[in-house]
Design a protein around this ligand. Structure first.
Ligand SMILES: *[C@@H]1O[C@H](CO)[C@@H](O)[C@H](O)[C@H]1NC(C)=O
Ligand SMILES: *[C@@H]1O[C@H](CO)[C@@H](O)[C@H](O)[C@H]1NC(C)=O
Length: 374
C-alpha cells in the first residue's frame, strides 16, 4: 500500500510541570476508570486503497438486472476502484504512557469518523479523548462514501463488501508499517453498527487481521436490521441539502428530520442537545451499504481473540424493540473467541455513545481492553 503522507511523530516540547501533571493524572486513572481530558496528538491523512471486483464481467445501471442483487447477496465486490480514505490518527497526550495497542475505529452508516470525537461535551462523549488519555492510540477512518473519503457510485460501489476489502487493506498496511510508519504489538478493531458488521466480516474472512474486536450497537438478528433502517425515512441527500450534498448521486441518503433521526438512533436517557448535535453532524449512508450489510453478518469460527459487545437495551435498529437474547448470539458467532464480554445498557437506543451511558460504555470498553491488550 502506498501512502501519500505518512504521519510522523510530532515532537512536543515538554515542560517539567506538564510531565508531573500528566503523571499525576495517570496515577489517578487506574482506580476507578477516571482519566484526564488533555487533547491527544492527532494527524489527519489520506490512505489510498484499491477495490478489486470479485465478479466476472461488468455491472452497470444502464444494463441493470437481478444478477446485481444476487452478487450482492453473495458478498461480491462489483466494481474496481481507486479510493482515498480520510483517516485521523491520535496518540496519547505527552506524558501519558503509551500502550502498544492501536484501536482502529469504524463508524456506522449515516455517521463518519467524527462520531468517535463527538463535539458535544467531549469530556463525556468523546471516545478518542478518553482512550488516548488512558494510553491508547486510535486510527479512525471514513469509509468510502462517508466523511472526507471518496464518494463513488452509492449503489454499485459503496457496498459492504467494498468496505470490508478496503478495511482489510488498511489493516494489512498497519501491520506492515506502511500506514502509520510504525507497528503496534496489538490491533483492536472497534466497530459501531455497520462498522461492527464490517468487523464481523473481517473476523470471518481474515481472522488474523486483528487481535481483538469490540462491537457497539450490533447484533446478529437479521429479521430486524433492515426494517429498522428504513424506519429512519432515508431520503436522498441531494434533495435534503443541495448546497452540501448536491453533487452526490441519489443513492446517498440520510434521515430528513430530527424526529426520524431519533427513531433510528435514540431511546430513553439522552440530552436533547446530544440528539441535536448528532442530527447536525450526521452524514450520508448509501443504498448499496443498506442493501448489503445484513449479508455480512456471519459466524467467525476461526477468530481466536477476545470479543466485546456493548448495546443499548432498546437498540431497535438491531433488536426486536427490546434486546433479549440477541446480544448473546456473539457466543455462537464467535465460538472460538478467547473471551466474550456482553454489556447491555438500560434505557438506551442504537447510538449508545450519544446517550447518558456513553461514559460508562467507554469506561467498560477501556477496562475490557486493559485486560486483553499490550
Ligand atoms: C474517581 O476518582 C477520581 C480521583 O480520585 C475522583 O475525582 C472521581 O470523582 C472518581 N469518579 C468516580 C466515578 O467515582
Ligand atoms: C472534513 O474536512 C473538513 C475540512 O478540513 C473538516 O472540517 C471536517 O471535520 C472533516 N470531516 C471529517 C468527517 O473528518
Amino acid at each position: 500500500m502506498k501512502v501519500r503522507s505518512v504521519p510522523r511523530f510530532l515532537v512536543i516540547p515538554l515542560l517539567v510541570s506538564a510531565v508531573a501533571d500528566a503523571r499525576a493524572i495517570e496515577q489517578r486513572s487506574s482506580s476507578n476508570g477516571t482519566v484526564g481530558n488533555r487533547p491527544p496528538v492527532c494527524q489527519d491523512f489520506i490512505i489510498p486503497v484499491h477495490a478489486q471486483k470479485t465478479i466476472e464481467g461488468t455491472v452497470s445501471l444502464e444494463d441493470y438486472d437481478i444478477d446485481v442483487l444476487f452478487s450482492v447477496s453473495d458478498g461480491e465486490v462489483l466494481v474496481d476502484g481507486d479510493y482515498e480514505l480520510s483517516a485521523r490518527f491520535c496518540e496519547p497526550p505527552a506524558g501519558i504512557a503509551s500502550k502498544d495497542t492501536l484501536q482502529v475505529l469504524l463508524h456506522g452508516a449515516t455517521f463518519n469518523k467524527v462520531m468517535w470525537d463527538f463535539p458535544y461535551k467531549p469530556e463525556e462523549y468523546s471516545w478518542v479523548l478518553y482512550m488516548t488519555n488512558a494510553g491508547y492510540s486510535t486510527l479512525a477512518i471514513d469509509f468510502v462514501g462517508a466523511g472526507n473519503s471518496t464518494k463513488p457510485n452509492g449503489y454499485l460501489e459503496v457496498q459492504t463488501a467494498t468496505l470490508v476489502q478496503n478495511t482489510h487493506e488498511v489493516l494489512q498496511g498497519i501491520r506492515s508499517e506502511g500506514v502509520l510508519g510504525r507497528t503496534f504489538d496489538q490491533v483492536a478493531l472497534v466497530g459501531f453498527s455497520i462498522g461492527g458488521v464490517v468487523a464481523n466480516a473481517i473476523a470471518a474472512t481474515y481472522p488474523t487481521d486483528v487481535d481483538n474486536i469490540l462491537f457497539l450497537g450490533t447484533s446478529w438478528d437479521k429479521d430486524w436490521v433492515y426494517p429498522a433502517f428504513i424506519a429512519g425515512l432515508q431520503t436522498a441527500g441531494n434533495i435534503l441539502n443541495p448546497d452540501k450534498w448536491g453533487n452526490l448521486d441519489n443513492f446517498y441518503q440520510t434521515q430528513p428530520t430530527v424526529a426520524a433521526r431519533e427513531v433510528a438512533c435514540f431511546f430513553g436517557n439522552y440530552d436533547a442537545e446530544a440528539l441535536q448535535t448528532d442530527f447536525e453532524t450526521r452524514d450520508l449512508d448509501t443504498l448499496g451499504a443498506a442493501l448489503s450489510f445484513a449479508f455480512h453478518l456471519s459466524e467467525a469460527p476461526e477468530f481466536r481473540g477476545p470479543v466485546f459487545l456493548g448495546i443499548g437495551r432498546q437498540d431497535s435498529s438491531f433488536c426486536p424493540k427490546v434486546c433479549g437474547s440477541q446480544p448473546y448470539a456473539i457466543y455462537d458467532s464467535f465460538p472460538a473467541a478467547s473471551n466474550h464480554v456482553v454489556r447491555v445498557y438500560d434505557n438506551t437506543g442504537h447510538a449508545l455513545l450519544y446517550h447518558h451511558v456513553a461514559p460508562q460504555v467507554i469506561r467498560d470498553a477501556r477496562l475490557y481492553l486493559d485486560q486483553h491488550s499490550a
